[in-house]
Design a protein around this ligand. Sequence first.
Ligand SMILES: Nc1nc2c(ncn2[C@@H]2O[C@H](COP(=O)(O)OP(=O)(O)OP(=O)(O)O)[C@@H](O)[C@H]2O)c(=O)[nH]1
Ligand SMILES: [Mg+2]
Length: 292
Amino acid sequence: MGFFSKLTSFFTGYKEIDEEFYEELEENLVMGDVGIATTEQLIEKLKVQVREKRISEPSACRELLMENMKEALRETGSDDPYAFERGKSVVLVVGVNGVGKTTTVGKLAAMYKNEGKKVLLSAADTFRAAAIDQLDIWAKRTDVDIVKGVEGGDPGSVIFDSIQASKARNTDILLCDTAGRLHNKKNLMNELNKINTIIKTEYADANRETLVVVDGTTGQNALSQAKQFMEVTDVTGLVLTKLDGSAKGGIAIAIQNELHIPVKYIGLGEKVTDLERFDPDKFVNGLFDVTI
Ligand SMILES: Nc1nc2c(ncn2[C@@H]2O[C@H](COP(=O)(O)OP(=O)(O)OP(=O)(O)O)[C@@H](O)[C@H]2O)c(=O)[nH]1
Ligand SMILES: [Mg+2]
């Protein structure tokens, strides 16, 4: 049973809405990875609503809380977070070591291809040969083309070659896998700057999308990783992986509320089909085990 679904008995366990109720609710939200800052905001909002609407039943608070969470998740800052999918696009997939970048690239390739788009993969993680092979397996599995560099080569030149190939083959979406092992922030910034300059100059008319992948089981670490990437490059969206291995998931709300970057996709397993576009209503209902 998921973490938030256990909260249902919490709401029915209280007879009245008092300070103790709010304190315990706060503790529960923090434990569910919602994060302290976002939890405090949610509780404050709830208190105001309870007062204004003269609510006296703790169980009615659950609906309000769920609605507030959905609302926080819907505030994506852009009208259509998926607009980039419809034009010519370059999608750069970044994130620290082991969060699920390569797997996400493979799953996205399958999703876009199934939707009728022409996809090309770019193996710009040149850090080790195994990374290139791993993406190659995804290319074969999903039956899409791939541009590969050599181990230890320059990721920028792989991106350059991939863009030329994209143009020549009239690709809709170029999906670029990158390395997770750049030892420090300066390195990371230089690397991403270089890549972005190449994309801007070589493929000026393409939409540019930078997705940060974070592991949903790592709680507040995921939030700080996303923040670090925002400091070094223009992040346009987030992918939250491994949610199948997490009973929590509140991190999605913390990230969206505190960083104002939309969660665009969620990873729900290791299989090719285990990726979904993020749906706030479905997500929050799922957290609380509510089917409407
Ligand atoms: N359960 C589960 N496992 C996942 C998910 N996404 C990725 N993984 C697994 O996480 C591990 C790491 O995935 P990769 O895609 O290699 O991660 P990466 O970020 O490319 O790793 P590096 O290139 O080494 O930085 C693999 O065993 C994947 O199968 C997911 O949504 N759920
Ligand atoms: Mg990888």
